[in-house]
Design a protein around this ligand. Structure first.
Ligand code: DGJ
Length: 745
């Protein structure tokens, strides 16, 4: 069984195929963390790790001068009672004090995994070899109960954690900090990998060493943000893509978060993740509960590659839901960079017609279709179609697009309101604001107060009407600013600091309703590109616009960083115009295609501007994506082969799950004169099989012959490429020879 309990030693051992996570209840009733790492056969002798060492200035128990909470590795540490390190939680009691001392009360084991009612969560049934454990703690003095939940997924080396607080006292109390997880590690050295960024430059890989003290990433913007991502990995300095240990955390949450590692004076590390305690508190009346979001913990002793594959499989199999969980994602054309706000029905239909001739499957109408929204200063909130631009309405446009053989998709930005809108004039108090203070604007707009049920219901009703007005099969859900003046006129004073979290809960409620009302619709998340790229959003919207930057070279880095955690099927990428609208760079059509085809593929330009020779090439790329690449990118396995942050190129590989067919993509970011040849070494092939390999030019006249190369040679010598100009690309298609598996020649 995934969870073994040794009642004699009070040890709880969560085992997956290659990993163990072990805790114990100490004699004093504390829940101590014993181990997380490579699978152990037995755990009964692990209590050794708790053997005390005398340490000055570590507060001790009055009965034992060697025993100190400051030195005890713990599952969910508090503060104020001897542990001087960063706590997992803090609570303000009705007497004004913050000292609590919860002790173990009992445990419960369940098959499968319980769902969370108002938060996105990992799903697993008992048949999927998942088991869950609840550990209940109680602070006798305050009657605060803390229930720690753990689920272990046997096949994936994943532990999912979350926490529930219950106020069983007769008085209110206030949570000041309520992280989803902390883990204590007994030794160093560590390096931290995180994914910070900026608008247009999201999720760049950052690797830093950990010295004494705290390192952290956090968001205070109300969303998970462009600037930080709720991903945190601790690795050894020697860890690479292919080898070494990784302990990774990812929060299933879309709002303010904190991720940190705190290296203490003795070389022990506490890492944690959860809702950002900054400007957060939660009021708990008697018998009220507070549930934290889930944190996903992934262990790998085979480097970052294995960590990423675990996250990818987890999210595709245990986070995604509904018909789009396994359905191929369509190739789309989006009109944004082609027209921005100025379009007519005729222009849109022209774009759709050219797209349909090239094999594209979905037409997406972006911003500017409603109210008097002719620029970004007005009309958010007024979702009546703009009859000047679309005189026959949305339904008629969708019908004409459908007649051209394309599905129809629509952009919305429902979390926002323009001060210049009917909605704002009718309901000025519906936006986040602090009474008596002026509100900050972002992209000329205000944020609707999604903590309010009336606002949530209005969004659900309004969008339902819009989605019923036309044959809509896809929705791009945008969100274009950070939260400020985060207060709600609907909440009492003691609950104002709940607004940011209630906003996220409100968003999840809306998304839950709409995705159930419109299950056939493919929802794509967007927040000025990738400003809210997290598992919370992916639970409802299985793909996300990765970045507003569409330049191939910039995208290579963004998609590489994003792939650390999120599968290629979660990312969308478009071929756009040159010079590129965000960075002015000119890259060849091939480079733009291979990077866009490395995700859910689409276009965002006026295809009619391409020459007829370019259009023929576009049709070839579309055909190849449909026939060969789509299934590998969306449902296969992904490997990073060359790192664009530390080399002058990028390379990655898509393969099917049986390793019978692969496509390898390479892009040179910056060449030098008279360069050496680069050798791209493949991974995960069968060393004794032979593979037929051919460069994919996708120009029938230049297509080379197939060449047979042994798997071990491809992995140890590699594929050679001579990158003689910037943005030069090369790609290869590999097919394993039949009968060659395991010793074919
Ligand atoms: C920001 C998005 O990221 C863009 O793709 C586009 O939809 C604009 N908003 C529209 O306003």
């Amino acid at each position: 069984m995934p969870i073994e309990v040794d009642l004699d030693n009070r040890i709880f051992h969560l085992c997956s195929r290659n990993a163990s996570y072990v805790m114990t209840v100490t004699r004093e009733g504390y829940l101590a963390h014993l181990y997380w790492g490579k699978r152990l056969t037995a755990s009964s002798s692990l209590l050794r790790v708790l053997a005390p060492i005398s340490r000055p200035f570590s507060p001790t128990s009055e009965h034992n001068s060697l025993w100190s909470l400051d030195l005890l590795p713990q599952e969910y540490p508090g503060f104020g009672h001897g542990d001087m390190r960063a706590p997992a939680y803090q609570v303000l009691l009705s007497d004004g004090t913050t000292v609590v001392d919860p002790r173990y009360r009992g445990y419960r084991i369940m098959a499968g995994k319980p769902a969370l009612s108002a938060l996105p969560h990992i799903r697993a049934s008992s048949s999927e070899d998942a088991e869950s454990l609840e550990m209940e703690l109680e602070d006798v003095y305050s009657r605060l109960h803390i229930i720690l939940s753990y689920t272990v997924l046997n096949k994936l080396d994943v532990v999912v954690r979350s926490v529930k607080f219950v106020n069983h006292s007769a008085n209110p109390m206030r949570l000041l900090r309520a992280l989803s997880v902390t883990v204590d590690f007994p030794e160093q050295p560590w390096e931290i990998i995180s994914l910070p960024g900026a608008w247009g430059r999201e999720r760049w890989v950052q690797r830093t060493s950990l010295g004494q003290g705290m390192v952290s990433q956090e968001s205070r913007r109300g969303t998970s943000s462009h600037q930080a991502n709720p991903f945190w990995a601790m690795v050894n300095p020697s860890t690479t893509e292919e080898s070494g240990k990784v302990f990774a955390f990812n929060l299933v949450y879309s709002g303010n978060f904190l991720a940190f590692s705190d290296l203490d004076q003795y070389g022990q590390v506490r890492s944690g993740m959860g809702i950002n305690p900054f400007d957060f508190s939660w009021h708990l009346e008697p018998e009220e509960t507070f549930q934290t979001p889930e944190a996903v913990l992934v262990y790998s002793d085979q480097g970052l590659d294995h960590m990423s594959r675990t996250f990818h499989d987890l999210y595709r199999e245990h986070l995604y839901q509904g018909p789009w969980k396994q359905r191929d994602r369509p190739i789309l054309i989006n009109n944004w960079e082609a027209t921005y706000f100025s379009f007519t029905e005729e222009k849109l239909l022209d774009i759709a017609l050219t797209a349909s001739g090239l094999g594209i499957e979905l037409f997406v109408l972006d911003d500017g279709w409603f109210g008097n929204r002719n620029n970004d200063r007005q009309a958010l909130g007024d979702y009546d179609v703009n009859r000047d631009k679309l005189p026959h309405g949305l339904g008629a446009l969708a019908e004409k697009v459908n007649q051209q053989g394309l599905d129809f998709g629509l952009w919305v930005e429902p979390e926002m309101v323009s001060p210049d809108s009917e909605l704002y004039r009718r309901h000025p108090d519906w936006c986040l604001h602090v009474s008596g203070r002026s509100s900050s604007w972002g992209r000329n707009q205000l944020v609707l107060d999604l903590s309010r049920l009336d606002v949530q219901n209005w969004i659900i009703e309004t969008l339902s009407k819009v989605f019923r007005r036309a044959n809509i099969s896809y929705v791009k859900w945008d969100m274009n600013r950070s939260l400020t003046e985060t207060g709600s006129s609907a909440l009492p004073r003691e609950r104002q600091q709940e607004t940011a979290h209630r906003y996220v809960l409100g968003l999840y409620h809306i998304l839950d309703e709409l995705t159930h009302l419109f299950p056939h619709v493919l929802f794509e998340g967007c927040s000025g590109g990738g400003g809210r790229f997290d598992p919370g959003i992916l639970y409802y919207m299985p793909q996300i616009w990765t970045s507003d930057t569409t330049d191939a070279a910039e995208r290579a880095k963004i998609q590489y960083g994003t792939s650390l955690v999120y599968p290629p099927v979660a990312m969308t990428a478009h071929v756009s115009q040159i010079p590129n609208h965000q960075v002015g760079r000119i890259t060849p059509l091939a480079a733009r295609h291979w990077i866009a085809m490395s995700a859910n593929f689409g276009y965002e330009l006026d295809l009619a501007d391409l020459t007829s020779e370019e259009q023929i090439r576009v049709a070839n790329y579309v055909r190849f994506y449909k026939s060969t690449l789509r299934k590998l990118v969306q449902w296969g396995e992904f490997s990073r082969l060359q790192d664009p942050f530390n080399t002058n190129g990028v390379s990655w590989m898509f393969s099917d799950r049986e390793q019978n067919e692969m496509v390898v993509v390479y892009l040179c970011l910056k060449t030098e004169s008279n360069p050496n040849r680069t050798w791209i070494k493949l991974r995960h092939l069968d060393s004794r099989s032979r593979y037929r390999v051919r460069g994919c030019t996708l120009k029938p006249e230049e297509e080379g012959a197939w060449e047979a190369i042994a798997g071990d040679e491809l992995m140890n010598v590699g594929l050679g490429v001579w990158p003689r100009q910037d943005y030069f690309t090369q790609s290869w298609h590999l097919v394993r020879e039949k009968g060659g598996e395991g010793g074919g020649f």
